[in-house]
Ligand binder design. Structure first.
Ligand SMILES: C[S@@+](CC[C@H](N)C(=O)[O-])C[C@H]1O[C@@H](n2cnc3c(N)ncnc32)[C@H](O)[C@@H]1O
Length: 309
């Protein structure tokens, strides 16, 4: 069984989860308010991150001249989180459409939105600014009003998204896939919404950083599904899927990997040290699969053999 320290940590998580379950919306409201203070203070960091997502994701997928690629494209982002900045930026660069599908509306403050939009406007040429005129004002006023037109904000789980505004040339997400409960449904929806020669690019985190329950980074793969639910059912957490599960789900959805990068990896000796303790479903996975702690994926339809134009 677990040692004393690990047992204490597990009990703490179970207690926290129970509190979240009981307090529900009140806790969510408290967390959102606390996060807002941090986000307003860090608007510039958000701006740089969003800019980086666009550039690094597209070049990872083989589109180095992304400024020539974007004009006229339709983009969908799954789970953008606190800001729709990647969307405003893409539209300013000439994209025809940006649809954000977010499960939870982060009710951020107008001053945060105004600040982040100001960074964006200051960095644009007049012609680029003109492309998002009218769009950014609606976003600053109330993101939920961004329903029609080039920027669309849809609040629902991506699995339920009806595909409005598509088909899409690019579908991307950042640190979202690790928390979806039904990866088959998500990949199936991506396949349905993606153009025949479209690209789907995702960064996902397979580790459990910040929630470590013992000294071992894979100890969370030893907890039974019941214990895992007791610890996290009321909070955002990992689905615990491994690299091989992502590949298999892509295959089932009729997609294939155009490019894969393991962004974080454990030493094989660390994996083997815990293997006997892992749940059978994880114990039988190969070392490289268990060692993978983060992935960057670019997927396309199996039928799309040509590189993107
Ligand atoms: C860790 S945050 C990442 C936010 C942002 N992409 C970033 O990198 O800062 C994960 C986001 O994905 C959203 N999300 C998780 N599952 C989702 C789903 N099935 N459909 C749509 N959004 C989802 C969450 O609500 C959350 O805003």
């Amino acid at each position: 069984m677990y040692g004393l320290v690990e047992t204490a940590r597990i009990c703490r998580q179970v207690a926290l989860n129970a509190m979240w379950g009981l307090a529900g919306n009140a806790m969510t409201g408290w967390r959102t308010r606390r996060d807002q203070r941090d986000y307003v203070a860090n608007a510039h960091r958000q701006f740089e991150y969003c800019q980086g997502v666009l550039e690094s994701y597209l070049s990872f997928a083989g589109i180095t001249d992304w400024q020539s690629y974007l004009p006229g494209r339709r983009i969908l982002e799954i789970g953008p989180g606190h800001s729709l900045f990647t969307g405003l930026w893409s539209l300013a660069m000439g994209a025809a459409q940006y649809v954000a599908v977010e499960r939870f509306h982060w009710d951020n403050r107008p001053e945060f939105r105004r600040q982040i939009v100001q960074y964006l406007l200051d960095s644009l040429q007049p012609a680029q600014r003109a492309r998002i005129d009218g769009v950014w004002q609606t976003y600053v006023e109330d993101p939920l009003k961004s329903k029609d037109g080039p920027l669309q904000y849809v609040v629902m789980p991506f699995e339920d998204f009806p595909g409005t505004g598509g088909p899409f040339d690019v579908i991307w997400s950042r640190v979202v896939l690790q928390s979806v409960l039904d990866l088959d449904a998500v990949f199936g929806k991506i396949a349905q919404c993606l153009c025949p020669d479209g690209l789907s690019i995702h960064k996902t985190d397979l580790g459990h950083e910040g929630h470590s329950h013992s000294g071992h980074p894979l100890s969370f793969l030893s907890y039974s599904p019941r214990l895992w639910r007791a610890m996290y059912s009321h909070r955002d957490s990992l689905n615990r899927l491994r690299k091989s599960d992502y590949f298999a789900a892509a295959q089932r959805a009729g997609m294939e990997m155009a490019r894969v990068e393991v962004t974080r990896e454990l030493d094989p000796s660390i994996v083997e040290a815990i293997r006997p303790r892992l749940l059978p479903a994880f114990r039988t996975k190969d070392t490289a699969d268990l060692a993978c702690q983060g992935l960057l994926l670019a997927m396309r339809h199996k039928s799309a053999r040509m590189s993107p134009k």
